[in-house]
Design a protein around this ligand. Sequence first.
Ligand code: UDP
Length: 240
Amino acid sequence: METIDFSGIKVDNVTLTEAAEIVRHFIIEGKPRVVVTPNPEMIVAAQTDAEFKKLINSADLRVADGISMVVVSQILGRPLKERVSGIDLMLKLLEIGADYNYRVFLLGGAPGVAEEAAKKIKDRFPGLVIAGTQNGYFNAGDETGIVKKIKEADPDLLFVGLGAGRQEKWLNQHLYELGATVGMTIGGSLDVLSGRKQRAPKWVQALYIEWLYRLLTEPQRWKRQLALPKFLWLMFKPSV
Ligand code: UDP
């Protein structure tokens, strides 16, 4: 599998269909695996967080969750095949999983979000088994109980949406005790799947202005949006 380097962060050059097929094989093999979805904000954060950087690079599958990464890769002459957003890969895996009766565990989001997402997912993909849910606002003292709960649920797929940085660290710390086959980080996808947040419409995505949509719909995120120019600077700054 070809990897593309974004300022020290390695990303696998795969399409959505290829990524889903790789995860399906991970599940067949049955060993613990980690799937992460680096985006420009994570690439910027990883420059000053060595542990985060190492976790992304050591994951078993790393997909490019940002259209700007595709554009930059084209300009730099090593083009990514396409953007593979976390939520699209998650949906594809749920779709495939419905045919194979995968067991799915949803971890993350405010209280109630994972349950609401689970209900919507089950309505849409009846073949899936929702093995369990857990909100993402817990203390260190709750960790043992949560790990036990996930282990007993015995999921094929564990989706972890605890916010970038924390979710990768949590998954890496616990994957081997979880008994889950594949752990995938998903950021705020459960907010969207529960219906609490709207994803940018397709035409907005097609115009590459999802960042503008998020800025207008969630203005409190403006500081996080500065990651995009920082990412572009990282990728194009003149080397001295
Ligand atoms: N989150 C959580 N526990 C926390 C902090 C955040 O479960 O302690 C959840 C939050 O509710 C939201 C998601 O993590 O669902 C946000 O992740 P991120 O900001 O990485 O996602 P993005 O919005 O960039 O997709």
